[in-house]
Ligand binder design. Structure first.
Ligand SMILES: Cc1cc2nc3c(=O)[nH]c(=O)nc-3n(C[C@H](O)[C@H](O)[C@H](O)COP(=O)(O)OP(=O)(O)OC[C@H]3O[C@@H](n4cnc5c(N)ncnc54)[C@H](O)[C@@H]3O)c2cc1C
Length: 381
C-alpha cells in the first residue's frame, strides 16, 4: 500500500498533520493501533478537552485552525480554551472528520511495529503483517502518558531506529507519591505554595529548590496532587543518589515573621491558633508532627508557624504513566526543524506532538503544542 504520506498515531498532532497534508491533495493515511481514533482526546480536560489557552504560544494559529478546518468554535474560561460544547468528544470527532474530509484514510487496528528508511521513502510494518509504504513519514505516536489509551512509547524506538536520540521520558503533569503515611489527610484540599526541593546524594552540596507553584493542593491516601503540584512533577528527574522533598507553604500570603506574630496574637485574642484557618484534618495532622514542632526551638503557635511555612513530604516519585497527563523528555527539539518539524537526521521524516521533548503546564498548552506541530508538519509536507 503506497502513500505520499503515512502518519503513525491518530492523536491531535497526527490528525492535524494528516488533514493539512491531505488538503493539499497528497494521498495520506493515518495508522492507529487502537480500534478507534483519537481515543485519548475523549479523556482530556476532565471530559471537556482544554485544547488551547489564551496565553499559549501558538493559540493564534491553533484556535483559528480548529475553527476554520475542523469546525470547532472556541469557548474561553479563565484563559483556558474549550470547544463551545464543553465536550471532549466534539474535538475528537471534529479532528477525525477534518482528516477524512480532506481525503485522508484512517486505518484503525494498525499497530506499527517497525519503520525503515528505503531509497524511495519509508516502509512501515504492522503487527498483523500489513506493510505500508510512503514517500514521507510522520511519527505522531505521543509519549507514554496515559498508557491505557495506547501510548506505550513506541515512537521512541521508531525515532531511534531512524537516527534520533531520545531524552529519557519521565511522567509529567502527575501527582507525587509520599513516603510518609498521609492516610489521615485523604480528601483534604488546601491552597498552598508548593516547592520541589532536590536533596543531593549524601556528602554533596546543599539542597536546591527547583521550582514552585501556587494553587489548590489535594491529598489522597498516599499522594499529593492538584494542578500546582502536577505542574511540578517534571522536576522529579532523578540523578544517582538524589532524592526529592515537596515543601508546602500553607500561608503563602504571609512571611514567616508575620505568621509567627499572627498565630500567637490569634490565640491570645480568640483562644485559638490555627483553628478555622486550615481544614480541621490538616490542623490535626500538623499537631501530629510533634518532633518537627519541637525542633523549631519555639513553642505553641510560633512553632506551628514555622512548620506551616515549610511542611515537608518525602517524595518517592510520581504516580506513574497511567495517571500522568504528559511526558517530559523525548526526541530533542534540536533534532527537528522548528517550523516544519522535519528531522535533521532523516530527510522526509517528521516528528510531532508529545513524542518531542516538549511539555507544557496544565491549561491547554499540550494539545496546543500537538496541534501546532501537526499543522506545521502537514503544511510543510
Ligand atoms: C487524562 C488526560 C487528560 C489530558 N487533558 C489535557 C487537556 O485538557 N489539555 C491539554 O492540552 N492536554 C491534555 N492532556 C495531554 C494531551 O492529551 C496530549 O499532550 C496530546 O494528546 C498529545 O498529542 P499527540 O498527538 O502527540 O499524541 P497522542 O494524543 O498521545 O496520540 C498518539 C496516538 O498514537 C497511537 N499510537 C501509539 N503507538 C502506535 C503504534 N505503534 N502504531 C499505531 N498507533 C500508535 C496511540 O494509540 C494514540 O492514539 C491530557 C492527557 C491525559 C492522559
Amino acid at each position: 500500500m503506497m502513500y505520499d504520506v503515512l502518519v503513525i498515531g491518530s492523536g491531535p498532532s497526527g490528525l492535524a498533520a494528516a488533514a493539512c497534508a491531505a488538503e493539499r491533495g497528497l494521498k495520506t493515511a493515518v495508522l492507529e493501533r487502537n480500534d478507534i481514533p483519537a481515543r485519548k482526546v475523549y479523556a482530556t480536560g476532565n471530559g471537556r478537552c482544554n485544547f488551547s489557552n489564551a496565553a499559549a504560544r501558538w493559540s493564534w494559529e491553533t484556535v483559528p485552525w480548529m475553527q476554520g478546518h475542523a469546525g470547532i468554535e472556541p469557548a474561553e474560561e479563565e484563559g483556558r480554551i474549550y470547544p463551545r460544547s464543553f465536550e471532549a468528544a466534539s474535538v475528537a470527532e471534529a479532528l477525525v472528520r477534518a482528516a477524512k474530509r480532506a481525503g485522508a484514510e484512517i486505518v484503525c487496528g494498525a499497530c506499527a511495529i517497525s519503520v525503515q528508511k528505503k531509497e524511495q521513502g519509508f516502509v512501515v510494518e504492522c503487527q498483523d503483517g500489513r506493510v505500508f509504504e510512503s514517500a514521507k513519514l510522520v511519527l505522531s505516536t505521543g509519549g507514554k502518558a496515559g498508557i491505557q489509551y495506547g501510548c506505550y512509547g513506541d515512537g521512541y524506538k521508531f525515532a531511534q531506529s531512524l537516527g534520533h536520540s531520545v531524552i529519557k521520558p519521565i511522567p509529567a503533569l502527575d501527582g507525587m507519591v509520599c513516603a510518609e503515611d498521609i492516610k489521615e489527610l485523604h480528601g483534604v484540599r488546601v491552597r498552598a505554595k508548593a516547592t520541589v526541593i532536590k536533596r543531593p546524594a549524601e556528602g554533596a552540596a546543599a539542597e536546591t529548590a527547583l521550582a514552585s507553584s501556587t494553587g489548590e493542593v489535594q491529598f489522597t491516601k498516599d499522594s499529593i496532587s492538584g494542578i500546582c503540584v502536577m505542574d511540578l512533577a517534571r522536576q522529579l528527574r532523578k540523578e544517582e543518589g538524589s532524592s526529592f522533598v515537596l515543601s508546602l507553604d500553607l500561608f503563602p500570603e504571609k512571611t514567616a515573621e508575620e505568621l509567627k506574630a499572627f498565630l500567637p496574637a490569634r490565640r491570645d485574642t480568640f483562644g485559638c491558633g490555627l483553628d478555622w484557618l486550615l481544614p480541621a484534618k490538616l490542623k490535626d495532622y500538623l499537631h501530629s508532627r510533634k518532633a518537627e514542632l519541637a525542633a523549631t526551638g519555639l513553642r505553641g503557635p510560633a512553632a506551628m508557624a514555622v512548620l506551616c511555612k515549610d511542611l515537608r513530604f518525602e517524595i518517592t516519585g510520581t504516580r506513574g504513566w497511567k495517571s500522568a497527563q504528559t511526558t517530559c523528555g523525548g526526541v530533542p527539539l534540536a533534532e527537528v526543524d522548528k517550523n516544519s518539524f522535519e528531522s535533521v537526521k532523516t530527510p522526509g521524516l517528521f516528528i510531532t506532538g508529545e513524542l518531542l521533548d516538549y511539555d507544557g503546564p496544565c491549561g491547554g498548552y499540550n494539545i496546543d503544542w500537538a496541534l501546532h506541530t501537526g499543522i506545521g508538519a502537514g503544511n510543510s509536507i
